[in-house]
Design a protein around this ligand. Structure first.
Ligand code: SDX
Length: 430
């Protein structure tokens, strides 16, 4: 099988190397294209462009496959935990018992914010969106520890930075929730593990600890695990873009939060629930909305459906849908939005518009239903996604930091603007 691609341009034939990945993906290497041909490529939305070679996560969109460091997401979902999966993504292997204990202890040692950070929260209006607070406070937290602003920390320092970021994102998120609801902040408890501690900081009160039901902790831990990484999605590509300039880990993560916020990306989980609530309020059984979602002029989309890579069912959506049914029946909750979601899915999967475009439920379609069952407010859904995605961002930052040949990301463009425009003095302008 040829590992050379031939390109004919203006009567000349150029040979370009072909790279083959370990899972058989093929890429034409155009690193020398402009130097050889004077041409660049154009790829709106980077749908056909590989920005890097990575060993962290693999997706096969046609087959609906997702693997973290080669391990299928279905196995990790069933047998692992968020903290163990985070270690796997960041370090490249499943931790030994000792390594996991050490990692978990580092998360505990780094769970508290600098006490003066409390005053930073005072500056936000009570209705500030928690994603705005999260991004700002991730950067702010590094100001309290100047050592975190080192752009290329040595491995020992990186380990501390990673543990601090992964642990504190949870603390910042829960503090912003408490602040926005006028509640006193609840500090983390060293005796609690990662996800239980987050629920404690979110929902305990000063008189009584939140009751940590095992099925509730497990459901949220699964949500975090399923969101932990996903190749070069918009927010991870943003983290790598910022990391390529050798900015520090906290600056990269804060940028990732901003990219994730958009409703086409991580903000979709909030948009799905708002869509389902609108449908429920209107009394529509979903059929009117499906028709509107197919009409380009309606400005509506079936949120939680479709994916740039998955042209098959998102494997995470399958797992979350099953977990959803289990959790709601364990907690004896019946949520009309779940019934509407299932009706929408059934209708869409039989509708030629969605079938022809290979639009299937993605990770965001059912995740909001679980978070509602856990009493997590809708405006916190994308924050939950950001907490889950933090290990993936940290792993991608590390992959760039560890690569001595990594270069700053600097895409080209094709200029389509005005040419040869003379400067017109003010009194001659119309
Ligand atoms: C996440 O990249 C990742 O890995 C992301 C993520 C991760 O883990 O990081 O998986 C998380 O972001 C999941 C996606 C969450 N977003 C949504 O659910 C929002 C709704 N979905 C879309 O807007 C859309 O499907 C995207 C943004 C997810 C993908 O957009 P693309 O690849 O740019 O596809 P497109 O917008 O060009 O759509 C192709 C066609 C268009 O119709 P035609 O012009 O061909 O007629 O499909 C239509 C679109 O109008 N279409 C939809 C639709 N999604 C695509 N029509 C109705 N409803 C939808 N949801």
């Amino acid at each position: 099988m040829s590992d050379i691609a031939k390109l004919e341009l203006e009567g000349q034939v150029y040979e370009l190397p072909v790279i083959t990945g370990t899972e058989g993906e093929k890429a034409v290497d155009i690193t020398q294209l402009r130097a050889k041909t004077g041409h660049i490529t154009m790829d709106d939305g980077y749908g056909n462009t590989g920005s890097c070679q990575s060993k962290i996560t693999f997706i096969d969109g046609e087959k609906g496959i997702l693997q973290y460091r080669g391990i299928p997401i279905e196995e990790l979902a069933e047998k692992s935990s968020f903290v163990e999966a985070a270690y796997l993504l960041i370090n490249g292997h499943l931790p030994s018992r000792t390594e996991l204990r050490r990692f978990s202890d580092m998360l505990t040692q780094n769970e508290n914010l600098h006490e003066d950070m409390k005053y930073q929260f005072e500056g936000f209006p009570s209705n500030a969106h928690p994603m705005a607070i999260l991004s700002a406070m991730i950067n702010a937290s590094s100001c309290f520890y100047p050592g975190l602003m080192v752009n290329r920390p040595n491995p020992a320092r990186f380990e501390v930075h990673a543990a601090r970021l992964l642990s504190q994102v949870r603390t910042i998120a829960s503090f912003s929730y408490r602040k926005s609801h006028g509640l006193p902040i609840i500090y983390p408890k060293p005796s609690y593990k990662y996800t239980a501690n987050f629920l404690h900081m979110m929902f305990s009160d000063v008189y009584q600890d939140y009751e940590l039901k095992p099925e509730v902790v497990r459901a949220l831990d699964l949500i975090f695990l399923l969101h932990a990484d996903h190749e070069q999605n918009c927010s991870t590509a943003t983290v790598r873009m910022v990391a390529s300039s050798q900015a520090n880990l906290f600056a990269c993560a804060a940028a990732g939060v901003c990219a994730l916020w958009g409703p086409l990306h991580g903000g979709a989980n909030q948009a799905v629930i708002e869509m389902l609530e609108d449908i429920h309020r209107s009394g529509d059984d979903g059929s009117k909305f499906i028709n509107a979602a197919k009409d380009k002029n309606s400005g509506k989309r079936l949120m939680g459906f479709g994916h740039r890579v998955y042209k098959n069912y998102d494997p995470r959506a399958k797992i979350i849908k099953k977990a959803c049914d289990q959790l709601l029946s364990t907690l004896h909750i019946s949520d009309p939005l779940l019934d509407i979601a299932k009706k929408l899915e059934e209708a869409a999967l039989q509708d030629s518009y969605f079938v022809e475009r290979k639009l299937y439920p993605n990770v965001d379609f059912y995740s909001g239903i679980i978070m509602r069952a856990l009493n997590i407010p809708t405006e916190m859904f994308t924050v939950i996604f950001a907490i889950g995605r933090m290990p993936g961002w940290i792993a991608n930052f590390k992959e760039i930091m560890d690569d001595p040949k990594s270069r700053i990301y600097r895409p080209r463009q094709v200029y389509m603007g005005a040419t040869q425009n003379p400067f017109i003095p003010m009194d001659e302008r119309k």
